[in-house]
Design a protein around this ligand. Structure first.
Ligand SMILES: [Zn+2]
Ligand SMILES: [Zn+2]
Length: 440
């Protein structure tokens, strides 16, 4: 019943440096698509493969390292891009990244790619086909920077669709989602996120980007969810991902989650951890274990942790939010009622605007972006105070993907305050905004 995601645009729009990249006149090599490779005999010993879940704070970046082949899935945010490049430098000896894949257009998955493209020669790039218009407004800048860097690179670019297969020696990749047909793409903002399977000998990995339950349902319907050893859990371990039905088929032994400690999103969520524990998966998260490296010879595998700690079973506590009001200012944040937001109503000074699906709309001085209809399980909302109206964001109460979302704003030197709540309640989306003035 829920799935909420609120991001103050103002913060996200601050980022967005465009890297020009350096034009490297390398002819792109041919893609090995669906190349039939003979199965290794059971006795054959494969070289050591290392899969690194790199700690990039809020975001995903996964390095697949096999001898002379390095392949990067997602690149974290622009903010952590120089750390990512430094990390990759330890494993890329020849200056070449054989392949790179962007699961989707979000800033926490492609923001670091321009820096990576600048630092290394990249031969092949896969992405999900998002364009600037397809990318959310908040991600347009990072996506545009990524596309510009690809252009400068001159790499061979592929739009990944279900059934695409490519191999690097014994590394066998297969794209399971999104399907070719637009109609079959899952609902929700992450409905066209790439889901990638990697098989190495008898060990299978599944990388799900930010895929959530709708994408899992589409794959289950198609009967293509593989039984895997290692699952990179979708959407940073939010409660909107890794359904029980999906896990019952995938049966991961190890679950990897990438998210920063003390994130305000409420990730990983206890419900997600419970479902993973239910199938016996050992859960490792960058938030608790730092960089996580899985090493395999194609038969068995081991997990190395940068920070030694037991596998995660309990969600870390949410950081406490303290509204940072200007000194001497006290606003009345009295207890918050919960209303259903289907109709515009007024109860006291609470206003509940109706959320029209799929478009940006304004209400008083506020702009809301609804990214999809909330008829399904997923409802994403973005809001910001209108520019030039003097509102200043004071903070967001933790709980995204978890419980309710609250954002606090002040204006006029703290004499006016506003509190915004987004939540679902009995299956209905709630948006409530309360304003108060000093001394009221
Ligand atoms: Zn995303
Ligand atoms: Zn993400």
């Amino acid at each position: 019943m829920e799935k909420l995601f609120l991001i103050p645009l103002v913060i996200l729009l601050v980022s967005g440096l465009i890297f020009s990249g350096c034009a490297k006149p390398a002819p792109p090599p041919e893609k090995e698509k669906a190349a039939p490779a003979p199965a290794p005999s059971p006795e054959a010993t494969l070289a050591e493969l290392k899969v690194h879940l790199i700690d990039v704070g809020h975001g995903d970046a996964i390095l697949i390292d096999l001898e002379d082949t390095q392949f990067l899935i997602d690149g974290g945010t622009e903010e952590t891009s120089s750390d990512l490049v430094a990390y990759l430098n330890n494993y890329i000896d020849d200056g070449t990244l054989e392949g790179m894949l962007a699961t989707h257009a979000d800033f926490d998955h492609v923001g670091g790619f321009p820096a990576v493209l600048k630092a290394f020669k990249v031969e092949e790039i896969w992405h999900n086909g998002d364009d600037e218009a397809g990318a959310m407004a908040i991600n347009a800048k990072t996506w545009t920077a990524f596309m510009a860097a690809i252009q400068a690179e001159g790499a061979k670019v592929h739009i990944g669709r279900r059934g695409d297969r490519f191999n690097f020696g014994e590394l066998k990749f297969e794209i399971l989602h999104p399907p070719e047909s637009e109609e079959d793409i899952a609902e929700g903002r992450h409905g066209n996120c790439i889901v990638l399977r990697l098989s190495y000998g008898e060990v299978d990995f599944l990388f799900t980007g930010d895929a959530g339950k709708p994408t899992e349902a589409v794959m289950l319907d198609a009967g293509i969810v593989p039984d895997v050893e290692i699952l990179k859990v979708g959407h940073h371990g939010g409660r909107d991902t890794s359904s029980a039905a999906f896990l019952a088929v995938a049966q991961p032994k190890v679950a990897l989650i990438s998210i920063d400690a003390n994130n305000e999103y409420g990730c990983p969520h206890q419900e997600c951890l419970d479902r993973l524990n239910q199938v016996g998966a050992k859960i490792y998260c960058t938030c608790a274990h730092g960089n996580v490296v899985v090493t395999t010879d194609g038969k068995s595998y081991t997990v190395q942790l940068e920070k030694e700690a037991p596998p995660l079973t309990t969600a870390p506590p949410l950081p406490t939010f303290v509204p940072a009001l200007p000194p001497g200012v006290e606003l009345d944040w009295s207890s918050m009622p919960i209303y259903e937001g289907a109709e515009e109503t007024e109860k006291g000074d609470w206003r509940l605007p109706p959320p029209p699906p799929g478009e940006a709309w304004m209400w008083e001085e506020w702009r809301f972006y609804t990214c999809e209809d909330s008829a399904g399980d997923v409802a994403d909302f973005y809001m910001t105070a209108m520019p030039d109206n003097g509102w200043e964001e004071m903070g967001i109460r933790p709980g995204l993907f978890g419980t309710e979302v609250m954002a606090f704003y002040t204006k006029d030197g703290g004499n006016e305050g506003a509190m915004l709540v987004i939540d679902t309640y009995e299956g209905k989306t709630i948006i409530a905004l309360r304003r108060a003035s000093k001394g009221e």
